[in-house]
Every structure is written in structure tokens, then in C-alpha cells.
Design a protein around this ligand. Sequence first.
Ligand code: PBG
Length: 332
Amino acid sequence: MDHHEAHFPAVRLRRLRRTAALRDAFAETRLHPSDLVLPVFVKEGLEGNHPVESLPGVSQHGVDSAVDLVKRAASVGVRSFLLFGIPERKDADGSSGWDPSGPVPTATRAIREAMGDDVVLWADVCSCEYTDHGHCGPLGDDGQVLNDEAVVGYLRESIAYAEAGINIVAPSGMMDGQVAVIRNGLDDAGFGEVAIVAYAAKYASAFYGPFRDVAESGMTSGDRRSHQMAASNRREAIREIDLDVLEGADVIMVKPALPCLDIIADAARDHPLPVAAYHVSGEHAMLAAAADRGMLDLDAATLEAHVSIKRAGADLVITYAAEHVAGLLDRP
Ligand code: PBG
């Protein structure tokens, strides 16, 4: 308390909260549409779009529909888009992930053609959408993902996305060494300008459920606990983040967001790198379902969630509500 010069009644914190103008003038955290990153799900062979029941407001998109979505979101100020691909063909290695005519490279080229450099295009890099068993890479005899083999696949995906014009690759598989291998491989292939957002502290979270419906990346058996982090661990997240920084990450990401505000704060405190947080599918669905039943005011709860994630230390929020939030912000 020694930083307080005085006490009540001289000090009255309510003075600066009396009007909306005062509250706005003294806001410590401000959201801007350019803080938001909208996930875009591109399904190979789809015409138009296909809404997904478990993730309200979110659809799978054909390439033209993905371009339309990006244009619409850009018109309310959203600049960044995280692409996910849903392929027609899956195999044990996830090889359609690095097909240059796969959904992510195709959509990248189409969006770039329509929007030029006005948008920032990110691609999630993982194999779970491309393997027939739904795991994040090829499996060993013990049924666990083979770390070093999976990472080779991530590099091949990254190069295919870089060739198509992606700005940022975001490896999400939580394999050891993935950032180093991708950084070196991109540099060797002449893509030194492509940035890496490292899903550095990604927890094995129950909140990813709806995503697996929209990305069609559910597992036929098993789970992701041999590579994603346990919710119990905070110091381990610091090690994950430190390693990704040393391996050459440009941005560090924490995921999920609301259950991990402490981890976001650690990341922002420990490193000068930009921090991104992923407000994941289950967090989004939870708010939407409660609002649907009249239990929450969706606009207010959504804004509060996003401001709180930013207040914890995130510079960027990846969110299915990007268009909604951008529309709620009053901008001069
Ligand atoms: C993996 C990936 C997942 C999410 C983003 N990238 C799923 C997983 O790890 O199982 C989850 C995102 C969300 O729930 O919104 N490609």
C-alpha cells in the first residue's frame, strides 16, 4: 500500500468511474479490430459454406466462400486470418497436408489474389486434419505420435504454405523441436521472411471439442496428452515458451485463453516477443450456448472475455468472434 499517497476520504477510486467518458479515458486496455485473428476452415471440394452445429457462427468454407468471409471480416477491420484445411484424402502420414494444390495453399493463393498484402495470412501447421487416425503425426508401435517424423511433415506443410504466399506458419502439434526444424527448413528453402507463431504453451484441453467437428480432426482412438501440456502445470509452460523463443519463434502463443490467463501473463512478463492467445472453440461455444439459453448477455460477455485476455498480456487474440467483436468496438 505504500504507493498510495493518501487514504479515504481523500482517495475515492469511484471518481474516475463516474461517466462512460471518464471510464473510457482511463481504460488501461483497449481492443482494436487489428488485434483479432479469425480462423478460417477451408474444405477441399466444398461449394459455398457448411455451418457446424457445435460451433455457433462458424462454417466450413469452399475457396470462394473463404475469400468472401475474409473480405467481409476485413471490412470491419479484421486483418489477420488463420487458415485450417480439411482435405478430401487422408492417410496414415497426413501427406495431403503438403499437397501444393491442397485446401490451405489453394485458399492462400485465392485470398492473396483478392486482397493483396492488406491481410495477414497465417496457416495452422499440424497433421491431425490430414491423418486418417486423427493424430498429429505418424504413429509408432506404441500408438504415440513419432516426434521427429511428425516434425518433418510439419516442415513440408510449412514449405507448401510458404510457396503459396502465407505470411505466418503456426505449428500447433507440440512436438519437441518443431520450431527449430521449421525455421531452419524455411530458411534453407529461401523463405526467411515467413514468420513462425509458436503454439508454445498448448494444453491438452477439453475446450477443443467443437473444433474437432469443424476441422474433422477427431481421433479414432487415444488422446493428445503425450504431447500437449497438462492443465496442472505452469512452470512447464515457461520451459516450453523459453525453448520456442530459443528455436526462433517470432510470436509465442498460449492456448486455450480463458483457462490460461496466468500463462499468458507469464509469457508477456518473461519475453519481449509478441504474445498471441487462442480463445478456442469450447470457450466460444460455452458463451454462445449460455447466451442462447438466456443465461448471459452475449455482447457483454464476449467483449469482457476478449478484453480480459488482452489485459492478461496477449497482443493478439485468435477468436471465432472476431467479426462480432470488431462490430462491437466503437472506433472513431
Ligand atoms: C491442431 C489444432 C487444434 C486446435 C487448433 N489447432 C486441435 C487440437 O489440438 O486437437 C484447437 C482450436 C480450437 O479448439 O478452437 N491442428
